[in-house]
Every structure is written in C-alpha cells, then in structure tokens.
Design a protein. Sequence first.
Length: 358
Amino acid sequence: MRKLLLLLGAVLLISLFSNVVSQADMVMMQQYFTVSSTDSSKDTGDEVCISMGRICVGYTDTSSRTCQSVHPDAAVTTSTSGDLSGVYCDGSPQTGICATKTNTCHTCPECTNTVDCSTPIGNLYREMYVECSSQIINPPQQDFFSMIAEFISNLLESLFSGGFIAQTNVIQQTQTIQIGPYPDRWACDFYQIPFPGVNKKMVSCPYETPGAAINDAANAYCRTAMASPWAEAEMCNEQGVIVCTHPCETAPAHIIPSRCAFDIDRPRGNQAAPLNWCPPKETPSYPSGEGRPDNCFDTAYQAHRGYNENQALWDGYMADTDGVCQSEYGRGAPSPCAHIVQLSTSGNPYYLCWYNNP
C-alpha cells in the first residue's frame, strides 16, 4: 500500500509540474495572452483563454505595445490594411498584409477588428494578443499536498462506494445523445458536468432551476459561445449536453465558422466542424465587367463588418471611384483597385475593392 501511495504521489507531482510548464509557455502581457498561428491548439482566442480557465473577451489592444513586449527587436509599421488590434507578422504562410512583412508588429488605426474569439488566425497573422476575462471558470489550483490528500480520499471513497463507476456512466451518456436535425440551422455542441460545485459547470439548465424561464441561462451561454445574438439553446439536459443552434440566414449575414469553439470534452473532436442542416448554396462565377477586376462581384460596402467604424473613410473611397466589389474567398487580392481593404469571416480573408471604369 505504501508503494502504491508513493507511486500515486510521483504521478501527481509530474502532472502538477507539467501543468505549470504548459501555463508558462503562454505569454501574458498584463491582461493579454498570445494567440499563435503555429500552434493549432492555441490559434483562437477561445482556446487560449479556456486553457487559462478564463473567458475570451476579444482583441482589445489597438496598439503595438503588447507585440513589442513579446518581440522587442521587431519592426513597427502602420497602414490602412489589417486589423484594429495590434498583430505580429513574420512572412508566409500568412497572406494579406502579413505576406510581405517579417518580424513586424503592425497596426491599422483606421481598420476594424475582423477576428473574433472563435476565429483561427492561421491565414491572417502569425500572432495576435487576446484579452481574457478575470472570471475564473475553474477553481484555483490546489497546493500539491492538498491534491494528494484529496486524490487519496476520492480513491478510497470510490473503491467502497462505486464512485468511479458512476462518473464513467455520466461520460458514456453524454456520448450517446442524439443531436438534431434542426432544419435551416447549424449547431455546435458543448459539454459540462451538470452538477453545481464541480470544475466544469458552465450554465444552469432549466431542470436545476424550477420555475425559471426555460433556457434563459442556456440561451445567454450560446450567444456568448457563438458570438452572435441569433444563437439559441436547443438542448440543455441532465447529461450535461448544451446544443447551441444558429439560423442559416440572418441580416446582416453571419458566416458559418469552419470550427466550433474549443471544448475539450466534445466527443466529435474538441474543434469539430459545426453540425449543418442548411440548404446547399451554389458558388457563382463573376466575370470581369467595365473596370471591375476578375473574381470580384459588386457588393454594398455598407453591409460589411467595419463600416460603422470606418464610415467616413469608406464613403470617401466611394466618392472617388465608380464601383466597389467583394473578392471571392481564397482568390487573393483583386487588381487593379483604387482602394482596397482586407476583411475576414471565420478566418477566411477577403477584400473590398473600390475600382474605376475605363
């Protein structure tokens, strides 16, 4: 028995120090944490903040200060392309403004933020710096000796009460839940241990709060998790499953992301694609006409994200040109353009191009 306890203590010690190392490799400047395109487990704000036991607030540092603190030898540039938040560029494989910049901290004071907490930054920037909330999702780490005492206590209790078996049953139940179909909607699923007082308790489902308005708390959670006011909770049940859905069509349009927000307990994969019941759409081909570049279709620039923050600038572009078009996703920057702005949806960059007719 003594050897067993010594072995368990050694395992816990290794686990404790491994956790300290994994926390330390995440650079934090005041309230900001590094989101890196080179690490697929930390290339969204949600992933980074969740790994710290916090909630993603967004990319709120509009200066280069955080970037320069992380990369003191980097060049500093400013232009009218990029994101309002300060970013770090280091050449390919990033495209857009970062394609030709190496070891550079870049800002765009006239831009808007095109990246949200769930957006993978791989196609856009080498690094960004996200603000995580001060709200702790998980309780603080216990000291080492408390962890050993609690583990031994739980082990002894489970041997005599069947506690481990009960916990395994909960996990198995969450993996067999039927999700959908939800016609004309897409969905992301999230998983919690649905009992108060445990580490992963994200929202109180209706069964825990008799008399409360059905799904109010779950709806609020879904709107945060999906970063959209149209998100709703279709399921919030006793097995710990929260299913958030979103309409296929909204005005303004909300692009379906390539991946759901990170959830380490999601059986389909912690960054699985959304479940999609939206009708298929055809991708039109737009030939060049007049002065409009190839693979660029006319659009209402006022409907794009960023117009409210850049109204005077974009209206000025329109006053000086004959038309504006939006590039096809994945086709690169259109040319020639009198003025061009890079935007993105769900990590996919695209461009608005103001052009002149011949």
